[in-house]
Design a protein around this ligand. Structure first.
Ligand code: FDA
Length: 381
Protein backbone atom coordinates (compact mmCIF):
# COMPACT_ATOMS: atom_id res chain seq x y z
CA UNK A 1 0.00 0.00 0.00
CA UNK A 2 1.74 3.19 -1.07
CA UNK A 3 0.09 5.54 1.44
CA UNK A 4 0.43 6.17 5.18
CA UNK A 5 -3.28 6.67 5.81
CA UNK A 6 -6.47 5.62 4.03
CA UNK A 7 -9.53 7.83 4.54
CA UNK A 8 -12.87 6.32 3.58
CA UNK A 9 -15.28 9.17 2.75
CA UNK A 10 -14.49 12.65 1.47
CA UNK A 11 -17.00 14.62 3.57
CA UNK A 12 -15.88 17.33 5.98
CA UNK A 13 -14.73 14.76 8.52
CA UNK A 14 -12.60 12.76 6.08
CA UNK A 15 -11.16 15.83 4.34
CA UNK A 16 -10.19 17.48 7.62
CA UNK A 17 -8.27 14.36 8.68
CA UNK A 18 -6.69 14.06 5.23
CA UNK A 19 -5.62 17.72 5.16
CA UNK A 20 -4.07 17.57 8.66
CA UNK A 21 -2.27 14.31 7.87
CA UNK A 22 -0.97 15.66 4.55
CA UNK A 23 0.28 18.85 6.20
CA UNK A 24 2.21 16.73 8.71
CA UNK A 25 3.97 14.92 5.86
CA UNK A 26 1.86 11.74 5.56
CA UNK A 27 0.80 10.41 2.18
CA UNK A 28 -2.99 10.07 2.25
CA UNK A 29 -5.42 8.30 -0.05
CA UNK A 30 -9.07 9.38 0.21
CA UNK A 31 -11.73 7.19 -1.40
CA UNK A 32 -15.40 7.97 -1.92
CA UNK A 33 -18.09 5.88 -3.51
CA UNK A 34 -19.75 8.97 -4.96
CA UNK A 35 -18.52 10.58 -8.20
CA UNK A 36 -17.67 13.82 -6.36
CA UNK A 37 -15.93 14.92 -3.16
CA UNK A 38 -17.48 16.71 -0.22
CA UNK A 39 -20.06 14.29 1.15
CA UNK A 40 -23.38 15.91 1.89
CA UNK A 41 -21.99 19.45 1.78
CA UNK A 42 -21.32 19.12 -1.96
CA UNK A 43 -22.92 21.78 -4.17
CA UNK A 44 -22.95 22.43 -7.90
CA UNK A 45 -24.13 25.04 -10.37
CA UNK A 46 -27.56 24.23 -11.80
CA UNK A 47 -26.72 24.06 -15.55
CA UNK A 48 -29.54 26.24 -16.96
CA UNK A 49 -29.16 29.12 -14.49
CA UNK A 50 -25.69 28.79 -12.92
CA UNK A 51 -27.35 29.07 -9.49
CA UNK A 52 -25.44 27.13 -6.80
CA UNK A 53 -27.58 24.24 -5.57
CA UNK A 54 -26.86 22.24 -2.41
CA UNK A 55 -27.46 18.77 -3.77
CA UNK A 56 -28.09 17.02 -0.45
CA UNK A 57 -30.16 19.75 1.24
CA UNK A 58 -29.44 23.34 2.25
CA UNK A 59 -26.16 23.81 4.14
CA UNK A 60 -25.61 26.92 6.27
CA UNK A 61 -22.31 27.28 8.04
CA UNK A 62 -22.29 28.53 11.64
CA UNK A 63 -20.03 27.99 14.65
CA UNK A 64 -18.99 29.42 18.00
CA UNK A 65 -15.82 27.31 18.13
CA UNK A 66 -12.76 29.61 17.60
CA UNK A 67 -10.46 26.74 16.50
CA UNK A 68 -12.95 25.57 13.88
CA UNK A 69 -13.51 29.15 12.66
CA UNK A 70 -9.77 29.75 12.35
CA UNK A 71 -9.31 26.41 10.55
CA UNK A 72 -12.11 26.85 7.97
CA UNK A 73 -10.92 30.36 7.12
CA UNK A 74 -7.70 28.83 5.76
CA UNK A 75 -9.71 27.50 2.82
CA UNK A 76 -12.50 29.99 2.20
CA UNK A 77 -13.85 33.39 3.08
CA UNK A 78 -17.48 33.68 4.13
CA UNK A 79 -20.25 36.02 3.03
CA UNK A 80 -22.23 37.95 5.63
CA UNK A 81 -25.31 35.77 5.04
CA UNK A 82 -27.55 35.46 8.11
CA UNK A 83 -30.04 32.59 8.05
CA UNK A 84 -33.72 33.37 8.59
CA UNK A 85 -36.68 31.07 8.06
CA UNK A 86 -40.38 31.73 7.51
CA UNK A 87 -43.37 29.40 7.67
CA UNK A 88 -46.71 29.42 5.86
CA UNK A 89 -49.59 28.29 8.10
CA UNK A 90 -53.22 28.52 6.95
CA UNK A 91 -52.18 30.85 4.14
CA UNK A 92 -50.35 33.31 6.39
CA UNK A 93 -46.56 33.73 6.59
CA UNK A 94 -44.92 33.87 10.05
CA UNK A 95 -41.27 34.30 11.11
CA UNK A 96 -39.51 31.29 12.62
CA UNK A 97 -38.30 30.16 15.12
CA UNK A 98 -41.32 31.23 17.17
CA UNK A 99 -40.56 34.72 18.46
CA UNK A 100 -42.45 37.76 19.66
CA UNK A 101 -43.26 38.65 16.06
CA UNK A 102 -44.75 35.17 15.46
CA UNK A 103 -46.74 35.30 18.71
CA UNK A 104 -48.17 38.77 18.13
CA UNK A 105 -49.06 37.97 14.53
CA UNK A 106 -50.62 34.64 15.49
CA UNK A 107 -52.73 36.06 18.35
CA UNK A 108 -53.35 39.38 16.53
CA UNK A 109 -51.95 41.20 19.54
CA UNK A 110 -49.22 43.58 20.69
CA UNK A 111 -47.92 41.69 23.73
CA UNK A 112 -44.80 42.87 25.50
CA UNK A 113 -42.13 40.19 26.19
CA UNK A 114 -43.47 39.64 29.73
CA UNK A 115 -47.10 39.47 28.62
CA UNK A 116 -46.21 36.94 25.92
CA UNK A 117 -44.20 34.88 28.40
CA UNK A 118 -47.16 34.80 30.80
CA UNK A 119 -49.57 33.83 28.04
CA UNK A 120 -47.40 30.94 26.79
CA UNK A 121 -46.72 29.74 30.36
CA UNK A 122 -50.47 29.65 31.01
CA UNK A 123 -51.16 27.77 27.76
CA UNK A 124 -48.27 25.37 28.40
CA UNK A 125 -49.61 24.55 31.89
CA UNK A 126 -51.95 21.94 30.39
CA UNK A 127 -49.19 19.30 30.72
CA UNK A 128 -46.01 18.92 32.74
CA UNK A 129 -42.95 18.54 30.47
CA UNK A 130 -41.23 16.10 32.88
CA UNK A 131 -44.22 13.75 32.92
CA UNK A 132 -45.13 14.01 29.22
CA UNK A 133 -46.06 10.60 27.80
CA UNK A 134 -45.54 11.42 24.13
CA UNK A 135 -44.56 14.17 21.69
CA UNK A 136 -48.00 15.82 21.84
CA UNK A 137 -47.92 16.31 25.61
CA UNK A 138 -44.29 17.43 25.53
CA UNK A 139 -44.95 19.90 22.69
CA UNK A 140 -47.95 21.42 24.49
CA UNK A 141 -45.99 21.54 27.76
CA UNK A 142 -43.24 23.50 26.00
CA UNK A 143 -45.17 26.07 23.92
CA UNK A 144 -48.88 25.68 24.73
CA UNK A 145 -51.55 24.07 22.57
CA UNK A 146 -52.27 26.88 20.03
CA UNK A 147 -48.65 27.32 18.90
CA UNK A 148 -47.95 23.58 19.12
CA UNK A 149 -50.89 22.73 16.87
CA UNK A 150 -50.12 25.50 14.35
CA UNK A 151 -46.37 25.14 13.94
CA UNK A 152 -45.17 21.79 15.36
CA UNK A 153 -47.88 19.10 15.31
CA UNK A 154 -48.38 18.56 11.59
CA UNK A 155 -44.83 19.53 10.64
CA UNK A 156 -43.49 16.82 12.96
CA UNK A 157 -46.05 14.31 11.66
CA UNK A 158 -44.82 15.01 8.12
CA UNK A 159 -41.16 14.75 9.13
CA UNK A 160 -41.68 11.41 10.87
CA UNK A 161 -44.62 10.06 8.87
CA UNK A 162 -46.00 9.19 12.27
CA UNK A 163 -48.89 10.50 14.42
CA UNK A 164 -47.17 12.66 17.10
CA UNK A 165 -49.19 10.77 19.75
CA UNK A 166 -47.13 7.70 18.77
CA UNK A 167 -43.79 9.55 18.92
CA UNK A 168 -41.80 9.46 22.18
CA UNK A 169 -41.54 12.68 24.22
CA UNK A 170 -37.76 12.19 24.14
CA UNK A 171 -37.39 13.26 20.50
CA UNK A 172 -37.79 16.85 21.65
CA UNK A 173 -36.04 18.45 24.60
CA UNK A 174 -36.99 22.03 23.80
CA UNK A 175 -38.91 23.98 21.20
CA UNK A 176 -37.37 27.37 20.66
CA UNK A 177 -39.49 30.38 21.66
CA UNK A 178 -37.92 33.82 21.81
CA UNK A 179 -39.52 36.73 23.59
CA UNK A 180 -37.86 39.30 21.34
CA UNK A 181 -38.29 40.08 17.65
CA UNK A 182 -34.94 38.44 16.86
CA UNK A 183 -35.56 35.86 14.14
CA UNK A 184 -31.98 34.87 13.40
CA UNK A 185 -32.10 31.10 13.05
CA UNK A 186 -28.68 30.42 14.61
CA UNK A 187 -27.23 31.91 17.78
CA UNK A 188 -23.60 31.26 16.90
CA UNK A 189 -20.75 33.79 16.99
CA UNK A 190 -19.86 33.22 13.31
CA UNK A 191 -22.16 32.51 10.42
CA UNK A 192 -21.97 32.79 6.65
CA UNK A 193 -21.74 30.95 3.35
CA UNK A 194 -18.48 30.12 1.55
CA UNK A 195 -17.93 33.01 -0.88
CA UNK A 196 -16.98 30.79 -3.83
CA UNK A 197 -19.33 27.95 -2.90
CA UNK A 198 -18.98 24.71 -0.95
CA UNK A 199 -17.27 22.66 -3.62
CA UNK A 200 -14.45 25.18 -4.11
CA UNK A 201 -13.92 25.14 -0.32
CA UNK A 202 -13.88 21.31 -0.22
CA UNK A 203 -11.55 21.09 -3.23
CA UNK A 204 -9.10 23.49 -1.59
CA UNK A 205 -8.96 21.19 1.45
CA UNK A 206 -8.05 18.25 -0.80
CA UNK A 207 -5.60 20.24 -2.94
CA UNK A 208 -2.31 19.03 -1.46
CA UNK A 209 0.53 17.10 -3.09
CA UNK A 210 0.28 14.44 -0.35
CA UNK A 211 -3.45 13.82 -0.94
CA UNK A 212 -4.70 11.45 -3.61
CA UNK A 213 -8.51 11.41 -4.01
CA UNK A 214 -10.12 8.45 -5.74
CA UNK A 215 -13.82 8.71 -6.57
CA UNK A 216 -16.38 6.02 -7.46
CA UNK A 217 -14.63 3.57 -5.14
CA UNK A 218 -16.73 1.65 -2.62
CA UNK A 219 -14.80 0.36 0.38
CA UNK A 220 -16.94 -2.79 0.41
CA UNK A 221 -16.56 -3.66 -3.26
CA UNK A 222 -13.83 -6.29 -3.36
CA UNK A 223 -13.43 -5.91 -7.10
CA UNK A 224 -12.11 -2.37 -6.53
CA UNK A 225 -8.78 -1.21 -5.08
CA UNK A 226 -8.60 0.05 -1.46
CA UNK A 227 -11.41 -2.26 -0.36
CA UNK A 228 -11.86 -3.36 3.23
CA UNK A 229 -10.38 -6.84 2.84
CA UNK A 230 -7.30 -5.50 1.04
CA UNK A 231 -6.56 -2.66 3.46
CA UNK A 232 -7.60 -3.38 7.08
CA UNK A 233 -4.51 -4.37 9.06
CA UNK A 234 -2.17 -3.09 6.33
CA UNK A 235 -2.59 0.67 6.72
CA UNK A 236 -4.25 2.94 9.32
CA UNK A 237 -7.80 3.74 8.21
CA UNK A 238 -10.18 6.55 9.09
CA UNK A 239 -13.64 5.24 8.21
CA UNK A 240 -16.53 7.73 7.84
CA UNK A 241 -19.13 5.45 6.24
CA UNK A 242 -22.05 3.85 8.14
CA UNK A 243 -20.83 1.93 11.21
CA UNK A 244 -23.41 -0.89 10.80
CA UNK A 245 -22.35 -1.45 7.19
CA UNK A 246 -18.70 -1.82 8.28
CA UNK A 247 -19.66 -4.81 10.45
CA UNK A 248 -21.99 -6.22 7.79
CA UNK A 249 -25.05 -5.32 9.91
CA UNK A 250 -24.15 -8.09 12.39
CA UNK A 251 -25.90 -6.26 15.26
CA UNK A 252 -28.86 -5.09 13.15
CA UNK A 253 -29.43 -2.05 10.95
CA UNK A 254 -29.42 1.37 12.60
CA UNK A 255 -32.44 3.38 11.46
CA UNK A 256 -32.34 6.72 9.65
CA UNK A 257 -34.71 9.23 8.14
CA UNK A 258 -34.03 10.33 4.61
CA UNK A 259 -35.20 13.22 2.41
CA UNK A 260 -36.46 13.29 -1.15
CA UNK A 261 -35.79 16.47 -3.12
CA UNK A 262 -37.76 17.78 -6.08
CA UNK A 263 -35.81 20.45 -7.93
CA UNK A 264 -37.36 22.80 -10.46
CA UNK A 265 -36.26 25.80 -12.55
CA UNK A 266 -39.05 28.39 -12.65
CA UNK A 267 -39.40 31.23 -15.20
CA UNK A 268 -39.53 33.96 -12.52
CA UNK A 269 -36.75 36.04 -11.00
CA UNK A 270 -37.95 35.43 -7.46
CA UNK A 271 -40.38 32.74 -6.32
CA UNK A 272 -40.72 33.25 -2.56
CA UNK A 273 -38.53 36.21 -1.60
CA UNK A 274 -36.55 34.20 0.99
CA UNK A 275 -34.21 31.15 1.05
CA UNK A 276 -36.38 28.77 3.10
CA UNK A 277 -40.15 28.61 3.55
CA UNK A 278 -41.54 25.92 5.87
CA UNK A 279 -44.92 24.33 5.26
CA UNK A 280 -46.24 22.97 8.57
CA UNK A 281 -49.80 22.12 7.38
CA UNK A 282 -51.03 18.67 6.31
CA UNK A 283 -52.56 19.83 3.02
CA UNK A 284 -49.04 20.44 1.62
CA UNK A 285 -47.07 17.19 1.23
CA UNK A 286 -43.59 18.70 1.49
CA UNK A 287 -42.00 20.19 4.62
CA UNK A 288 -40.17 23.12 3.04
CA UNK A 289 -39.13 24.88 -0.15
CA UNK A 290 -35.58 26.17 -0.66
CA UNK A 291 -34.89 28.88 -3.19
CA UNK A 292 -31.14 28.85 -3.77
CA UNK A 293 -30.59 32.28 -5.29
CA UNK A 294 -31.36 33.87 -1.92
CA UNK A 295 -28.37 32.20 -0.26
CA UNK A 296 -26.13 34.48 -2.36
CA UNK A 297 -27.83 37.85 -2.87
CA UNK A 298 -24.35 39.30 -3.52
CA UNK A 299 -23.87 37.28 -6.74
CA UNK A 300 -24.74 39.39 -9.77
CA UNK A 301 -24.14 36.52 -12.21
CA UNK A 302 -27.51 34.95 -11.38
CA UNK A 303 -30.25 35.49 -14.00
CA UNK A 304 -33.04 37.92 -13.17
CA UNK A 305 -35.75 35.93 -14.98
CA UNK A 306 -35.17 32.40 -13.65
CA UNK A 307 -34.88 30.77 -10.25
CA UNK A 308 -34.22 27.30 -8.81
CA UNK A 309 -36.43 25.87 -6.08
CA UNK A 310 -36.25 22.55 -4.26
CA UNK A 311 -39.16 20.96 -2.41
CA UNK A 312 -38.17 18.72 0.49
CA UNK A 313 -40.08 15.58 1.55
CA UNK A 314 -39.18 13.51 4.59
CA UNK A 315 -39.53 9.74 5.21
CA UNK A 316 -37.96 6.71 6.87
CA UNK A 317 -34.89 5.49 5.00
CA UNK A 318 -34.63 1.99 3.59
CA UNK A 319 -31.42 0.24 2.66
CA UNK A 320 -30.03 2.01 -0.43
CA UNK A 321 -31.52 5.41 0.53
CA UNK A 322 -29.23 8.23 1.66
CA UNK A 323 -29.16 8.13 5.48
CA UNK A 324 -29.73 11.72 6.73
CA UNK A 325 -30.99 11.90 10.32
CA UNK A 326 -30.50 9.14 12.93
CA UNK A 327 -33.88 7.96 14.27
CA UNK A 328 -32.22 6.89 17.52
CA UNK A 329 -34.78 4.43 18.96
CA UNK A 330 -33.88 2.39 22.05
CA UNK A 331 -33.01 -0.51 19.69
CA UNK A 332 -30.70 1.82 17.71
CA UNK A 333 -28.92 2.90 20.89
CA UNK A 334 -28.44 -0.75 21.93
CA UNK A 335 -27.11 -1.63 18.47
CA UNK A 336 -24.74 1.33 18.52
CA UNK A 337 -23.26 0.21 21.86
CA UNK A 338 -22.61 -3.25 20.40
CA UNK A 339 -20.97 -1.73 17.33
CA UNK A 340 -18.78 0.41 19.58
CA UNK A 341 -17.58 -2.76 21.33
CA UNK A 342 -16.79 -4.36 17.97
CA UNK A 343 -14.76 -1.29 16.96
CA UNK A 344 -12.35 -2.10 19.79
CA UNK A 345 -11.35 -5.26 17.92
CA UNK A 346 -10.48 -3.43 14.70
CA UNK A 347 -6.81 -2.60 14.88
CA UNK A 348 -5.87 0.79 13.44
CA UNK A 349 -9.37 1.62 12.17
CA UNK A 350 -10.79 4.91 13.45
CA UNK A 351 -14.53 5.57 13.12
CA UNK A 352 -15.63 9.17 12.66
CA UNK A 353 -18.13 11.55 11.10
CA UNK A 354 -21.88 11.41 11.21
CA UNK A 355 -22.24 7.95 9.64
CA UNK A 356 -19.31 6.38 11.47
CA UNK A 357 -20.62 7.50 14.86
CA UNK A 358 -24.38 7.40 14.10
CA UNK A 359 -25.13 10.94 15.20
CA UNK A 360 -26.35 14.12 13.58
CA UNK A 361 -23.37 16.47 13.26
CA UNK A 362 -23.44 19.98 11.90
CA UNK A 363 -20.49 20.83 9.64
CA UNK A 364 -18.61 22.69 12.37
CA UNK A 365 -19.08 19.67 14.67
CA UNK A 366 -17.80 17.22 12.04
CA UNK A 367 -14.75 19.45 11.44
CA UNK A 368 -14.21 19.99 15.19
CA UNK A 369 -14.38 16.28 16.00
CA UNK A 370 -12.00 15.47 13.11
CA UNK A 371 -9.51 18.04 14.45
CA UNK A 372 -9.78 16.41 17.90
CA UNK A 373 -9.29 12.92 16.47
CA UNK A 374 -6.23 14.14 14.60
CA UNK A 375 -4.73 15.97 17.58
CA UNK A 376 -5.53 13.34 20.21
CA UNK A 377 -5.20 10.02 18.42
CA UNK A 378 -3.47 10.21 15.06
CA UNK A 379 -0.92 13.05 15.04
CA UNK A 380 1.51 11.28 17.36
CA UNK A 381 1.52 8.00 15.45
P1 FDA B 1 -20.69 13.02 4.95
O1 FDA B 1 -21.94 12.22 4.89
O2 FDA B 1 -20.72 14.40 4.43
O3 FDA B 1 -19.53 12.24 4.21
C1 FDA B 1 -19.39 10.84 4.28
C2 FDA B 1 -18.82 10.36 2.96
O4 FDA B 1 -18.51 8.96 3.05
C3 FDA B 1 -19.79 10.50 1.80
O5 FDA B 1 -19.21 11.25 0.76
C4 FDA B 1 -20.05 9.05 1.37
O6 FDA B 1 -20.24 8.92 -0.05
C5 FDA B 1 -18.78 8.37 1.82
N1 FDA B 1 -18.95 6.92 2.00
C6 FDA B 1 -19.91 6.29 2.72
N2 FDA B 1 -19.78 4.96 2.59
C7 FDA B 1 -18.71 4.74 1.78
C8 FDA B 1 -18.10 3.57 1.26
N3 FDA B 1 -18.57 2.35 1.53
N4 FDA B 1 -17.03 3.70 0.44
C9 FDA B 1 -16.55 4.94 0.12
N5 FDA B 1 -17.12 6.09 0.59
C10 FDA B 1 -18.18 5.98 1.41
N6 FDA B 1 -24.69 21.09 8.74
C11 FDA B 1 -24.56 22.41 9.02
O7 FDA B 1 -23.61 22.79 9.70
N7 FDA B 1 -25.46 23.32 8.51
C12 FDA B 1 -26.52 22.94 7.74
O8 FDA B 1 -27.32 23.77 7.32
C13 FDA B 1 -26.66 21.55 7.44
N8 FDA B 1 -27.69 21.13 6.69
C14 FDA B 1 -27.88 19.80 6.47
C15 FDA B 1 -28.97 19.37 5.74
C16 FDA B 1 -29.20 18.02 5.56
C17 FDA B 1 -30.39 17.56 4.77
C18 FDA B 1 -28.31 17.07 6.13
C19 FDA B 1 -28.58 15.60 6.00
C20 FDA B 1 -27.20 17.49 6.83
C21 FDA B 1 -26.98 18.86 7.01
N9 FDA B 1 -25.86 19.31 7.70
C22 FDA B 1 -25.73 20.65 7.97
C23 FDA B 1 -24.86 18.35 8.24
C24 FDA B 1 -23.68 18.12 7.30
O9 FDA B 1 -24.13 17.54 6.11
C25 FDA B 1 -22.68 17.20 8.03
O10 FDA B 1 -22.13 17.89 9.13
C26 FDA B 1 -21.54 16.73 7.19
O11 FDA B 1 -22.03 16.11 6.04
C27 FDA B 1 -20.72 15.75 7.99
O12 FDA B 1 -19.62 15.33 7.25
P2 FDA B 1 -19.14 13.80 7.32
O13 FDA B 1 -17.84 13.78 6.66
O14 FDA B 1 -19.26 13.29 8.69
O15 FDA B 1 -20.26 12.99 6.48
Amino acid sequence: MNCDLLVVGSGFFGLTIAERAAESGRKVTVIDRRPHIGGNAYSEAEPETGIEVHKYGAHLFHTSNPSVWEYVNRFTTFTNYVHKVYTTHNGVVYPMPVNLGTINQFFQAAYSPNEARELIAEQAGEFNAKEAKNFVEKGIALVGRPLYEAFFRDYTAKQWQTDPADLPASIVSRLPVRYTYDNRYFNDTWEGLPTDGYTVWLERMADHPNIDVKLDIDFFDESQPFNKRATVGHVPIVYTGPVDRYFDYSEGELSWRTLDFEQEVLPVGDFQGTPVMNYPDTDVPYTRIHEFRHFHPERDSYPSDKTVIMREFSRFAERGDEPYYPVNTAADRDGLLKYRELQGGEKDVYFGGRLGTYQYLDMHMAIGSALSMWNNKLAAQ
